[in-house]
Design a protein around this ligand. Structure first.
Ligand code: SF4
Length: 310
């Protein structure tokens, strides 16, 4: 079966990267809220990856198109400044290790001035790799891994079929840090619904503190048609939190997290309020901003529903 090139789903901080697909879908395609739910993982042939890297190198140097490459390659390459690569798709770290090493070596060889390579990774992917393997990847410029924590609450993790416990998530996050790769993690406001909002926020703050990542981002649950959570909402088995409750969760998380030096943000388009700052330095200001909006109970201060996105 021909490899399907994935749509570009990326962290906001990778906007300027070149998006190089190694896989399509996600190996852990069971998370009950996710747009990857039910998608079958496809591993791209290494030779095909190398051909795209070659085409990118030729285009970057001479502006020449190579036959056989799709237009999207040149569309992305036109905007690319040559410094960063983001490996697609949902958990590109699942790419078989020897081939992953070869792909990164090939990239480094063709683009010796690359600054950084990045990828999404599941906790399972990270736990499967040894410390030495992660260090080897870091030496090949894998500079940051984006891992979805979603919730720190084990019952919620089980309900969304995350496939790992909060303890395994912590182990995976610490392993990224040990290898010298930057860690960027995301949590999802509203994942416990109205029934478990407080437990979700408190447990998530606990796990974030244990992870002590370089970057942490909050997203807000956005329903994707066809996913288990979408169906539960339709059947009234899951009750979505209100926009202001999402800010209350955000406040609990910021209030109860203890970080050494973390850039924390809720800039993602799914959120009702965009906040960002360094924690712990900016904790007081960030909480004051949240309190101002919460105390006014004013929906006009929030991102309107129609402007929210995945
Ligand atoms: S591991 Fe991440 S990308 Fe994969 S299904 Fe779960 S949330 Fe989606």
């Amino acid at each position: 079966m021909a490899f399907i090139r994935p749509d570009i789903i990326r962290p906001p901080s990778e906007a300027a990267s070149y998006f190089l697909p190694l896989t399509f879908g996600c190996s852990n395609n069971s998370c009950g809220f996710c747009s990857f739910y039910g998608q079958k993982l496809q591993i791209r042939e290494l030779e095909e990856v190398k051909k795209e890297i070659d085409a990118l190198a030729v285009f970057s140097q001479f502006g020449i198109h190579t036959a056989g490459q799709p237009n999207i390659v040149y569309y992305i390459a036109n905007e690319w400044d040559g410094s960063r690569i983001f490996l697609q798709d949902g958990d590109a770290l699942v790419y078989p290790f020897p081939q992953l090493v070869e792909a990164l070596e090939y990239l480094n060889n063709r683009f010796p001035h690359l600054e950084r390579i990045a990828s999404y990774a599941t906790a399972q992917d990270i736990l499967r790799r040894s410390n030495e393997e992660l260090i080897q990847l870091r030496k090949l410029k894998l500079g940051i891994l984006y891992m979805g924590v979603e919730s720190g609450d084990d019952t919620i993790l089980q309900q969304i079929s995350k496939g790992v416990t909060s303890q395994q998530i912590i182990e995976a996050g610490l392993k990224i840090k040990d290898s010298g790769i930057l860690s960027s993690v995301t949590v999802i406001l509203g994942l416990g619904g109205t029934d478990h909002s407080q437990e979700h926020a408190t447990a998530t703050a606990r796990v974030l503190s244990a992870l002590d990542p370089d970057y942490a981002g909050a997203l807000t649950l956005t329903l994707v048609e066809g996913t288990p959570i979408y169906n539960q909402v339709q059947n009234k088995d899951f009750h979505l939190i209100s926009p202001l409750q999402s800010l209350q969760e955000l406040k609990t998380i910021i209030e109860n997290s203890n970080f050494t030096d973390c850039f924390f943000s809720s800039m993602h388009a799914s959120n009702y309020l965009s906040l960002r700052g360094k924690l712990p330095e900016n904790k007081t200001q960030m909480l004051a901003q949240l309190n101002r909006v919460l105390s006014r109970n004013d929906f006009s201060l929030l991102r309107p529903e129609f402007m929210r996105g995945l």
